[in-house]
Design a protein around this ligand. Structure first.
Ligand SMILES: [Zn+2]
Length: 75
């Protein structure tokens, strides 16, 4: 009998530019990712704006800027 090992699921959360905070990033866990208590972890800041995406080292969730969204263009 073989017990299948579930692949680790990595959620990808698309963000609008307005979802980023003043520093161009987000905190994880995030309400936008639909975080549950069981996979929460210490709050970390992820810099999304500099590369367009960031991966949380704790839970593997990838936060990326949605296509066509640009941070800090004009205001
Ligand atoms: Zn996380």
């Amino acid at each position: 009998m073989t017990i299948a090992t579930p692949a680790r699921k990595e959620a990808v959360v698309e963000l609008k530019a307005k979802d980023l905070n003043g520093n161009g990033g987000v905190f994880c866990p995030s309400p936008q990712a639909g975080m549950k208590l069981w996979n929460s972890h210490p709050r970390v800041f992820l810099d999304v704006a500099s590369t367009g995406e960031a991966r949380c080292a704790y839970c593997g969730t990838v936060y990326k800027l949605a296509a066509g969204e640009h941070f800090g263009g004009g205001h």
